[in-house]
Design a protein around this ligand. Structure first.
Ligand code: DP6
Length: 375
């Protein structure tokens, strides 16, 4: 459940600084509390009309990469050094509302009920500049966004954040973009966000410029009922974020080898998914995750995200697989471990993970659909 109504009542009401923020918050909350078809509510119609469609609310899921993106050939445009493959995670959601408003003096960002810090605001503002360049909108925007999962600890919150923002901002700015164009736009905010625009099983073609670097679905969410049991061993915000990590990837002696061999793993992964071949997928995904962490650990300065509990889970998962339970691990830029299994085994995998030392909580997800417009 989104904490939205709680934070609105307890905190936010007192801190309203402008009418537009109040209007947008009401609009955002309405998207949670009511179905869009009940939008006959007079206040909302007035609000939408008065904003001349420059307002939108969207939902998107984070994704987990099975073949990882690590390192950019163009940092500014986020053109990655290698292609990647991921699955969208249904059940974990970012909900974002955007309203461009001529009365605003600057872009504002409300994140999980609180006014966001300078770094997050500037990143969102830089992204909105891109949307302003592409459209006729020149005004600043109010952005209200919230996640129903912990941010910054190995669940790719920037992926769903920028996918939801790209769709909402494009819609609010009146842009008519294809899925490919939206994926390219989301990529400018966060690389992995381009993979949260299409649904299901997704491949990001690295490309070599802005036009050729985008993600596409190669199998719909219903193609294979997989589950992701995310063992959370720390809620702390990671000390080195992905953006800084990408910038140091090339300092590892292993990065060139990892990049040169990625096409083979992409092919194996794609084929394993299309054939629903769990064992091949398990082997290639664990190998690819280990290769990325080998690069991280051997970069300058070294990035070691694993904690003792991380390693304990990795070993347990490999043992469970040898014992006949189809499951494998994959780890992003954080200590938490994603354990992928068949959807039918989610309960069993969760129960086993909960018994391991250091596991604070297990969040589960199934394969999710594309980013979508709610209102
Ligand atoms: C380890 O997409 O978070 O999760 O483009 O700087 O926002 P930025 O990086 P980001 O990097 C994701 C890295 C990863 C692997 C992956 O998701 O492919």
């Amino acid at each position: 459940m989104f904490p939205a109504s709680d934070w609105y009542h307890e905190n936010f009401r007192e801190n309203i600084t402008s009418n537009i923020l109040l209007d947008l918050t009401i609009f955002h909350l309405t998207s949670i509390l009511y179905k869009p078809k009940w939008l006959s509510c007079k206040r909302l119609i007035n609000l939408k009309e008065s904003r001349v469609k420059q307002i939108a609310t969207t939902l998107s899921n984070p994704n987990i990469a099975l073949i990882k993106y690590w390192g950019n050939r163009d940092e500014r445009l986020r053109i990655p050094s290698n292609g990647s493959i991921s699955i969208n995670l249904a059940g974990l959601e970012t909900r974002t509302s955007v309203c461009f408003d001529p009365t605003l003096q600057q872009d504002t960002l409300t994140l999980n009920g609180a006014s966001a810090g300078k770094t997050a605001r500037e990143r969102v503002s830089a992204f909105l500049n891109q949307v302003r360049i592409m459209s006729e909108v020149r005004s600043f925007a109010a952005v209200v966004s919230e996640n129903n999962f912990p941010t910054g600890a190995g669940i790719a919150s920037s992926a769903s954040a920028f996918a939801a923002l790209a769709l909402a901002a494009a819609h609010a700015a009146g842009l008519q973009l294809s899925e490919q164009e939206l994926s390219r736009l989301a990529r400018r905010g966060s690389g992995s966000a381009c993979r949260s625009i299409p649904g299901g099983f997704v491949e990001w073609f690295a490309g070599d410029n802005d036009e050729t670097s985008f993600a596409e679905s190669f199998a719909p969410a219903g193609h294979w009922a997989l589950g992701d049991c995310i063992a959370i061993i720390s809620h702390a915000h990671k000390s080195t974020g992905s953006t800084e990590g990408h910038a140091t990837a090339s300092t590892s002696l292993l990065q060139d080898t990892r990049i040169a061999t990625t096409p083979t793993r992409l092919e194996t992964c794609r084929r394993a998914i299309l054939n629903r071949d769990f064992n091949s997928l398990a082997e290639v995904a664990e190998l690819d995750s280990n290769l990325m962490h080998a690069v991280m650990i051997t970069s300058q300065p070294p990035l070691l995200y694993w904690q003792p509990a991380t390693l304990g889970i990795m070993q347990a998962v490999q043992k469970w697989r040898s014992g006949g339970l189809p499951c494998f691990y994959t780890i992003d830029a954080g200590p938490n471990v994603h354990v992928i299994c068949l959807e039918d085994e989610i309960e069993q995998v969760t129960a086993r993970l909960q018994r391991l030392p250091g596991v604070l909580q297990v969040r589960t997800a199934t394969v999710g659909g594309p980013a979508r417009l709610i209102m």
